[in-house]
Design a protein. Structure first.
Length: 66
């Protein structure tokens, strides 16, 4: 899917990505750098991951991890 490819190409660190719109290209790793280490925060039924390597942020629904 070309449109899906484009979403990964334009990843930046100023935006918080939604897992529902941008699923992990490789499960559990960040699409930007492929790193797996992250800081996290939980609130409002969401689980935010922030990459310790490139600062990319992604919001996940908790049910994606249950
Ligand atoms: Zn990263």
């Amino acid at each position: 899917m070309e449109q899906q490819e484009n979403k990964y190409v334009t990843i930046g660190v100023t935006e918080i990505y939604e897992y529902t719109k941008l699923a992990d290209k490789i499960a559990g790793s960040f699409d930007n750098c492929g790193g797996i280490k992250f800081k996290s925060g939980i609130g409002g039924g969401r689980f935010l991951r922030e990459c310790t390597n490139c600062d990319m942020r992604k919001n996940n629904l908790l049910r994606n991890f249950s």
